[in-house]
Design a protein around this ligand. Structure first.
Ligand code: HEM
Length: 472
């Protein structure tokens, strides 16, 4: 250090020039590589959201090579084979491929050991009260939809000003995690970032990567603080806490658990996991559903009639105590669900699911297309391909709301099927119904009416409507 100072400045500069040049070159190469990776990330996000390329590719593969291995990746394109992959928990694992997208710690999706996965899932399930919870979620979503739509002046960004506020309300009132600092938009952004990195992990060091790390840091300390606050309140005898998932898990912990792994850190990791898997997913699914209903005007009209019928049956039920009315409401709800599922088929929330093969195995055994899959193969099992397989979805390019609901694969299949399906279906139904009841609902002309994304997360889509209330 001292000897450097004693050298004439110009000499030191000349001697350091090669090192400086090398480090500048290294930095240039690094940023060029990062730009390249970022471009690949953007192309991948785009392919995952605008699905025409994948649809064409899967249709060709299904005809010529339904189980195709390219390098070390297996592409599965028939519905029955996609279901087989998802059903075989131990032969097709998820943990390794999903763990980098969940850096806040182990969560249901990263657990590949059958018994452990079943035990952790069962514990989470034990704090859900299916029927009352569905009613509660329905009420939360319906109230927030009314509030947001009433405040809109005849046009609304359905993503930022409807779907996101709805999921923030679910997180606050049902999960038990209010927005940090009361900032709803900040919470929506965090949930976008969390879901974004699960779907497509951005390149390390890129802007979306840095933002996602910031979001994880904020939500981790926020969930930990909420947890501590509620745990402290539970210790006082006269504590009155809201009945949400976080509080229920803490109560469960206090009653004593037979599982050594169930502790406050488990609750933190799982609450963060639920925020990551259970918010922006609903936003993306609702955006895709509405986008596709708007893209199919005949189906849109029929779906609007189904929404009005549901409204009518619920009105009858409110004014009459006849027990049969429950069944009729459920029937009307089911009719509308058909439109939602079919619309989402054209743009599924999760078009691709990933698995890995820890050991050699055979798929489609007993059929002509049976294949031996080497250990270490990455498997792409796409609901998108399954839901365009003409064997299960005749005339797949047609919007047909009469298809059996069991044929769809929106929520996965087997031991890993969506844990939050009851939340997602309830929220989707209420959100879509609220929009369908708006008179003259159309996409805003121009770019702002098209669905936009931030990474893989939906970020904006503006629709217009007439402010006069619909007469049902
Ligand atoms: C419309 C919205 C949603 C869709 C379309 C959806 C779809 C899916 C799918 C396809 C899977 C299976 C993933 C795989 O097999 O690799 C899955 C798993 C999962 N989902 Fe959802 N999901 C939605 C909303 C939610 C919500 C609201 C929550 C919770 C609050 C949630 C929590 C989970 C969890 C925890 C898993 C992992 C289950 C396991 O590994 O056992 N999801 N979801």
């Amino acid at each position: 250090m001292i000897s450097n100072v004693s050298k004439p400045l110009s000499q030191g500069f000349t001697q350091n020039r090669p090192a400086l040049g090398a480090s500048l070159a290294a930095r240039f190469v690094q940023s060029a590589l990062l730009a390249l990776r970022l471009r690949r990330y953007r192309i991948f996000c785009c392919a995952l959201s605008h699905l025409w390329f994948l649809k064409v590719a899967f249709a060709i593969l299904r005809r010529v090579r339904p189980l195709m291995i390219f390098k070390k990746t297996l592409f599965v394109t028939k519905a029955s084979d996609v279901r087989e992959v998802l059903d075989r928990f131990e032969d097709f694992t998820l943990g390794d491929s999903i763990a980098p997208g969940m850096p806040w710690g182990a969560f249901l999706m990263t657990v590949d050991w059958t018994d452990q996965h079943a035990a952790e899932r069962q514990l989470l399930q034990s704090v859900v009260a299916p029927l009352p919870d569905v009613e509660r979620i329905r009420a939360i979503v319906a109230a927030r939809c009314r509030e947001q739509i009433d405040a809109a002046p005849g046009e609304i960004d359905v993503v930022a000003d409807l779907f996101e506020p709805v999921v923030v309300s679910i997180a606050s009132n049902y999960f038990g995690v209010p927005p940090p600092g009361g900032r709803e938009r900040g919470m929506a952004k965090i949930m976008r970032d969390l879901a974004g990195i699960i779907m497509v992990n951005p390149p390390v060091g890129s802007k979306p990567w840095i933002q996602s790390r910031d979001s994880i840091a904020v939500i981790t300390s926020h969930v930990s603080a909420e947890l501590e606050r509620k745990a402290a309140s539970l210790k006082t005898a006269d504590a009155v806490l809201p009945d949400d998932l976080l509080t229920r898990l803490l109560r469960q912990l206090r009653t004593g658990s037979r599982h050594a792994w169930f502790d406050e850190d488990w609750i933190r990791r799982y609450m963060t996991g639920l925020l990551a898997t259970g918010a922006a997913t609903i936003v993306r699914a609702a955006a895709h559903t509405v986008d596709q209903l708007l893209a199919h005007p005949d189906a849109l009209n029929q779906a609007r009639a189904a929404a009005r019928e549901l409204e009518r049956q619920e009105d009858l039920k409110r004014h009459n105590l006849d027990e049969n009315l429950d069944a009729r409401v459920e029937q009307a709800r089911c009719a509308l669900r058909h439109y939602i599922y079919e619309a989402l088929r054209f743009r599924p929330m999760l078009p691709l699911l990933l698995r890995d093969t820890p050991r050699e195995t055979v798929i489609a055994s007993g059929t002509k297309r049976a294949r031996l899959i080497p250990a270490g193969t990455r498997v792409i099992a796409p609901p998108l391909a399954a839901m365009f397989d003409p064997e299960v979805f005749p005339e797949p390019s047609h919007f047909l709301a009469s298809r059996p609901l069991e044929s769809y694969l929106h929520f996965g299949q087997g031991p890993r099927q969506c844990f939050g399906r009851y939340i997602a279906e309830t929220a989707l139904m209420e959100i879509v119904r609220a929009l369908l009841l708006l008179p003259d609902l159309v996409r805003k002309p121009g770019a702002s009416g098209r669905l936009a994304y931030e990474g893989p997360a939906a970020s904006s889509m503006i629709v217009t409507f007439s402010k006069v209330r619909a007469i049902s």
